[in-house]
Design a protein around this ligand. Structure first.
Ligand SMILES: [Zn+2]
Length: 136
């Protein structure tokens, strides 16, 4: 699994994150065999891969401390969708392929946060053009 991420919050990594993952669907949970996950005190979460093979993902502490469970589940499902995408294609981005995975594994009540996220990303000049209308 390589080097541990910096600034790990062990309480939320060992308690909150497994609880969130356990409430997602079987596909999401099975995708995490051999994948470590950490809550970290940093600005963004990320799914990590080495040579296209996923290794671990991170969730920022502020997501756990400041947001609703629906938002937390979206954030976790988003990173797991990257893990599944890496497993399937060896790469991951925010393409329509990624969003099809996310739509399968993210609770319906949490999907709206992906639309908000992608609109904000577009405002920052990201060029990904997901089919947002297909998400909801
Ligand atoms: Zn992403």
């Amino acid at each position: 699994m390589g080097k541990l991420p910096a600034n790990i919050d062990y309480y939320h990594s060992l308690e909150t994150l497994p609880y969130l993952i356990a409430s997602l669907c079987v596909e999401a949970q099975q995708a995490l065999k051999g994948i470590d996950s950490y809550v970290v005190d940093q600005s963004r979460g990320r799914a990590h891969a080495v040579a296209g093979v996923p290794t671990h993902f991170t969730i920022p502490l502020w997501v756990i401390e400041k947001h609703s469970k629906d938002y937390q589940l979206w954030y976790v499902a988003h990173e797991i969708a990257h893990i599944i995408d890496f497993r399937t294609r060896g790469i991951s981005d925010h393409s329509a392929v990624f969003h099809a995975i996310l739509k399968r594994i993210c609770p319906v009540s949490s999907l709206k946060f992906e639309v908000t996220y992608m609109k904000r990303a577009a405002g920052r000049g990201f060029t990904d053009k997901p089919n947002l209308e297909d998400l909801i």
